[in-house]
Design a protein around this ligand. Structure first.
Ligand code: PMP
Length: 380
């Protein structure tokens, strides 16, 4: 017996590096962690307190499949605050992380065999999840020229029709964004051509210039994925949400009843107060901004090639073609010789990623400073 063909998805090299970094640290050597896309700080303090209080006072059982109403209402209000547009709470679905949101969106919007376009480089779970669900990822080879983002011209140049498009702004791994105009152009093209947009907005709130625009405000048919893992620094709480178009709301509800029963009750309870933790959350963003400036100064000085414009999220996608043509071996050597753990670009673009490395600067500023100094010594 063997695993199914659909299960033959690529491994995640970031996790291999994390394993090697953990082994190195266990042996007593210094490791500078820049490999995982995880906020260095944990959940805001009031979130922890709310969870502790709920544990002592309530049964932690199942909830409604699409999440408890007060949380859905609070998330709907966030749209008004952030984007000046107010979806009804019926359109908000609380999910078991943004990851479950992606599965629900793909299942609700597409049929087996449908073609879904996405930027390459991109978050590997997009193509791997599409593939595992019997959908065809259509990779759009983007470059720094379009900030590694899709354009209408790229969609028009496709030889065969597509049924879906994934956009991610800010993007993982590049940290680059589509401008509001760029996103509006792409969503308008998709509206006109019956292409369903799935917009991964999980890095919204972590931007350093123009704030991110939401596809939900631009297109009534777009499915939005978001969650508590990045801006709210709550990765392990496994909580996310979707904004679903009215024509998909019932389908998503039926799917989530069957696939997940309900998102975690304790996390939902605690997340309700996360929206009131603005000071703590904005202090995180200020730290990312400091770390970003350090990286932007230190990396070119250390000998790295061009960095993708760091518009948002907490990633620097560095061109290392001047140093290697094998980013995986390069990352292993970098870890072994100077203790800096980062993710080879092949996770995000299996071919051209050989010439790129993704550095996450979501950790403590001392960690980022230490990594930059170690890299400088190593490379010069
Ligand atoms: N989308 C992107 C682009 C991500 O980087 C991540 C986390 N690495 C996710 C979705 C999923 O996050 P979670 O399931 O923790 O919400």
């Amino acid at each position: 017996m063997a695993a199914s063909q659909r299960a033959s998805v690529a491994p995640f090299f970031a996790m291999e590096i994390l394993k090697a970094a953990t082994e190195r640290a266990a042996g007593g050597a210094r490791v500078y962690h820049m490999e995982t896309g995880e906020p260095g700080s944990g959940a805001p303090k009031p979130v922890l307190e709310a969870a502790q209080a709920a544990l002592g006072a309530e049964k932690i059982g199942y909830t409604e499949a699409h999440g408890v109403l007060p949380l859905r209402e609070r998330i709907a209000a966030l749209y008004d605050e952030r984007y000046g547009f107010a979806p009804s709470a019926e359109r908000i679905v609380v999910t078991t992380g943004g990851s479950a949101g992606l599965i629900l969106a793909f299942l609700a919007a597409f049929d087996v065999g449908d073609r879904v376009a996405l930027a390459n480089p991109g978050y590997p779970a997009y193509r791997n999840t599409l593939q595992a669900l019997g959908l065809e990822p259509v990779l759009l080879p983007t470059t720094a020229e379009t900030r590694f983002q899709p354009t209408v011209a790229m969609l028009e140049a496709l030889e065969r029709p597509i049924q879906g498009l994934i956009v991610a702004s800010p993007s993982n791994p590049t940290g680059t964004m589509l401008s509001r105009r760029g996103l509006a152009a792409v969503t308008a093209h998709c509206e006109q051509n019956g292409i369903r947009v799935v917009s991964d907005e999980i890095y919204h709130g972590i931007t350093y210039g123009e704030p991110a625009a939401s596809a939900a405000a631009l297109s009534p048919n777009a499915v939005v994925i978001n969650g508590f893992s990045k801006y709210f620094a709550m990765t392990g709480w496994r909580l996310g949400w979707m904004v679903v178009p009215e024509d998909l709301a019932r389908a998503v509800e039926r799917l989530t009843q069957n696939l997940f029963i309900s998102p975690p009750a304790l996390s939902q309870r605690a997340a309700l107060v996360a929206f009131d933790c603005r000071d703590e959350l904005e202090a995180n963003v200020a730290r990312y901004a400091r770390n970003r400036s350090i990286v932007q100064q230190a990396f070119p000085a250390a000998g790295f090639g061009a960095l993708a414009p760091c518009d948002g999220a907490f990633y620097a996608y560095a061109d290392v073609s001047g140093l290697t043509s094998d980013s995986e071996a390069f990352c292993q050597r970098m870890l072994a010789e100077c203790g800096v753990a980062a993710t080879p670009g092949i996770d995000f673009d299996t071919e051209r990623g050989r010439a790129f490395v993704r550095f996450s600067y979501a950790g403590a500023t001392e960690e980022v400073e230490g990594a930059c100094a170690a890299l400088q010594r190593w490379l010069t």
